[in-house]
Design a protein around this ligand. Structure first.
Ligand code: ADP
Ligand code: MG
Length: 591
């Protein structure tokens, strides 16, 4: 080995550049962050050849003082922190003083800037060790920075670049991420002289939603809930998609901590857990979320590109995100997107009604306060009396999912509400209702067991019998009381009240099969949820079963009163609405 030498500044900078400047989009990220730190309200980007030929960023920020222009290009020069204490409370996106030095070591850089009431100045670097020169140059307040011929002197890096189109796509995605979080700032993006994006400044709620819509698509916004939650020192706001809008890729997930986009394991875990109950398999939730936290509570200096952060109170942050999202998801009920209807629900049960004898006893699980049943009965009679022109009942009487008008193929319930036709997948909906009831009863320790009149003996494979025996305690917590009688026989003595009318044997078979499959991998609470899901599925009315109108109506009312009831345990929708307008369209009927 040869003797130790000090690297030249350029080489040291080129090595440092390796960490942050991977491709044109990383240059754009650094430059835009500088413009944002300079409190610009308007940022214009021009790109040529996917950013390899030219990246020009023009902003109307505070500008750089003429005396600082050359300094700005040095490594470890920054206007954003002065002391170690400042590092503990970072309010800016940049603070490491490395970006301009790194960029100028791997490309040709021209920096022109002017502070308020001054004419501008310009520096150009040429990546030799000689000092860059400073020249006067007219410029409005703000900064323009031009990066040409990226990686011209580092051919190894250049080889890793993809096609012009791909590199531009990365830039486009980057601007999207920035635009999602910086609503009041206007962005334009040109590629090869063509205007590709123009994000107008968004100040009102409506304008913010428009920006979300243009960035994430209108389907996202239509299927998203706006949330806002706050606790001591933490605020979470943004949009989360309904479980039914889940995606096969994690490609619509944007999480910002103090306006900085992050990809954080802890955050991801909290979000996943909140959706755990409503998403099936490997579906991914979609969200745009902003966490605001006091800068002392988060360390942003753990990664050169600052994509990762570390929270001081990580458990607290995790639980806050988890709870806020879970709470929002739990409140998704039919009708809660339309406050007018939810409001009228209160008056609905108070209307004086006639007495009515339901011909069929509604399913046990659907037990509802009498008044609601009676109310439904009156509505049905109204329908029976007026055969031809059914006057729609006054809007205030109609609950969100309306009233059942019949059953289709013994699978779907058809109902009429104020908007038009409602179609309900009866098994999926009932499954969710029971699942939530079971969950709630367990949480409140109110799950009651029902001893079987005749204990049920079932034969299993030995492996299954062992698995069941091993989980006897867990099953007991769920009010399923079993004993192992022999190597291959299990006797079931008690089941939860809710399952009284269900077929116990197939249920136990499913549970045993799941136990054998997942025994080692699953955590106990996931496992309990899983069994609950299986129970709910078995307890729910099977498709192909004929329901009476009161039973159908009772299910509709139960759905309205159940958390998460718009999707089944596997994340599929349980009901859907066809508005009158949509129906009219089917028949080419103009109104
Ligand atoms: P950092 O952002 O970490 O401070 P940079 O190398 O990105 O380091 O920038 C160095 C300095 O140059 C910044 O601290 C800032 O003072 C100044 N600067 C860079 N870009 C701009 C800009 N667009 N407007 C105003 N000042 C800028
Ligand atoms: Mg910077």
């Amino acid at each position: 080995m040869s003797r130790i030498q000090k690297l030249t500044t350029t080489l040291a900078n080129q090595i440092a550049a390796g960490e942050v400047i991977e491709r044109p989009a990383s240059v754009v990220k650094e430059l835009i962050e500088n413009s944002l730190d300079a409190t610009a309200t308007k940022i214009d980007l021009e790109i040529e050849n996917g950013g390899t030929r030219l990246i020009r960023v023009h902003d109307n920020g505070c500008g750089i003082h003429a005396d600082d222009l050359i300094l700005a290009l040095d490594r470890h020069t920054t206007s954003k922190i002065k002391t170690l204490a400042d590092l503990e409370r970072i309010f800016t996106l940049g603070f490491r003083g490395e970006a301009l030095a790194s960029i100028s070591s791997v490309a040709r850089l021209t920096l022109t800037s002017s502070v308020v009431n001054q004419t501008g100045w310009q520096v150009k670097t040429c990546t030799t060790e000689s000092l860059p020169e400073l020249n006067p140059m007219a410029h409005p307040q703000g900064t323009t920075i031009e990066i040409r011929d990226l990686f011209f002197n580092t051919p190894a890096r250049k080889k890793f670049l993809r096609t012009e189109k791909t590199e531009f796509a990365h830039i486009d995605e980057l601007i999207k991420r920035v635009a999602l979080s910086c609503f009041p700032i206007q962005f334009t993006l040109k590629h090869n002289q063509k205007l590709i994006r123009h994000y107008r400044a968004a100040h009102s709620d409506k304008e913010r939603e428009q920006r979300i819509e243009s960035l994430c698509g209108s389907a996202f916004l239509e299927n998203a809930l706006h949330i806002s939650a706050e606790t001591a020192g933490l605020k979470l706001s943004g949009w989360i998609a309904l479980p039914t809008f889940s995606r096969s890729q994690a490609d619509l997930q944007y999480f910002y901590v103090n306006s900085r986009i992050v990809r954080d394991k802890l955050v991801n875990h909290a979000v996943r857990q909140a959706y755990h109950d409503v998403l099936y398999g490997d579906r991914h939730p979609a969200f745009v979320l902003f966490l605001e936290i006091s800068p002392e509570q988060v360390d942003v200096n753990v990664h050169p590109t600052k994509h990762e952060v570390r929270f001081r109170e990580s458990r607290l942050v995790h639980d806050f995100i988890y709870r806020s999202l879970q709470d929002a998801l739990a409140h998704i009920r039919p009708g809660n997107n339309t406050p007018a209807i939810t409001q009228t629900m209160q008056t609905f049960t108070e209307i004086p009604v006639k007495k009515y004898d339901a011909q069929a006893k509604p399913l046990e699980q659907f037990k509802m306060p009498m008044k609601v049943h009676e109310q439904m009965a009156v509505y049905q009679q109204l329908h029976a009396d007026v055969k031809i022109e059914v006057q729609p009942a006054p809007q205030t009487d109609i609950p969100p999912l309306g009233f059942a008008i019949g059953q289709l193929k013994n699978i779907y319930i058809l109902a009429e509400n104020t908007e038009g036709l409602v179609l309900v997948d009866m098994h999926a909906a009932h499954e969710r209702v029971i699942y939530e009831q079971l969950k709630q009863q367990i949480a409140e320790k109110k799950l009651t067991a029902q001893p079987l009149l005749v204990p049920l003996t079932i034969n299993f494979s030995e492996r299954e019998a062992i698995a069941l025996e091993n989980h006897q305690g867990t099953l007991q917590q769920l009010s399923v009381h079993i004993d192992r009688l022999s190597q291959t026989t299990i006797v079931v003595r008690e089941v939860p009240d809710l399952l009284r009318d269900s077929q116990i044997e197939p249920l136990l078979r499913d549970i045993a099969a799941d136990l054998v499959q997942t025994e080692k991998s699953e955590r106990i609470d996931h496992f309990i949820q899983h069994i609950l899901g299986t129970m709910a599925c078995h307890a729910a009315v099977r498709a192909q079963r004929k329901l009476t109108l009161p039973e159908m109506n009772a299910l509709l009312r139960a759905m309205e009163n159940t958390e998460h009831s718009s999707s089944c345990n596997h994340g599929r929708p349980t009901w859907t609405q066809f508005s009158l307008a949509e129906l009219d369209k089917l028949f080419l009927r103009g109104r």
